[in-house]
Design a protein. Sequence first.
Length: 275
Amino acid sequence: MKTAVKKILSGRNREEHEAFQRLRAHYVYQAEFCNVTSGNEKGQVENMVGYARRNFFVPLPEVNSLDELNEQIERKCLNYAETTQVPHSQELIAQVWKREKSHLLPLPRVPFDACRVVSVQVDHYSLVHLDTNAYSVPCQRSGRSVLLKAYVDEIRILAGAEILAIHRRCYERKQWCLQLDHCVDLLSQKPGHSVTRLLSKMTTYPLYTDSSIGKCGNATETPSLTTSSDRVPKTMGMSEFNINNLLCLIPLLNIYVNKRAENGSLFTRSQWITL
């Protein structure tokens, strides 16, 4: 697989991917590769892949998150180990594994950071881009370079050790994944800022249903929006960002007004309507 091997050399030799080398160095193990088109050299592994597919994923699991799926699979694996004998042996897999663990190195205290790391530039709309999708960061970081870490389920954007933003990873194309809190403070000071075009993209589709507004209002994390850039005009001036656009933002703004009104840093609902 390309995540492990960049180039096949002669025999069992391979040019390994840098990320795979970091994984090996972190957990201190050596990789042994099969010959090309010689799956029989790891036949038991291939058979177990088929067994897991037929028994752990049929019927298709219904879960709400990747963590829940991992917990289900782990329980099934442990049950398999406790009820299945090792081939050509009278011992259960769990018994043999318990004895084998005493000969292994302890795991590192810090798990391997399994992600794709990319250095990106924040554009003047306070967005960073990855795989045709855009993710928002605080407006104060516009024009600066930041580090983007793409995990299987989330995007983390960092400046040094500081985490600037966390988004759910989007696997669609040409989507805008926005957090209103990244730009609402700037808009309260500069309503004519170019980021208004960014906010106008939020109005392409309904932002929240009544139920989601209530859920979001009770949540502690920043509300996130995902909207497509395919159906948005290429240019959007302040004159087009009118009362209809602003009314769509009122449910979100109320959340922040209620949470932070005491410091007077945000517009009230009536101020937004008369803007």
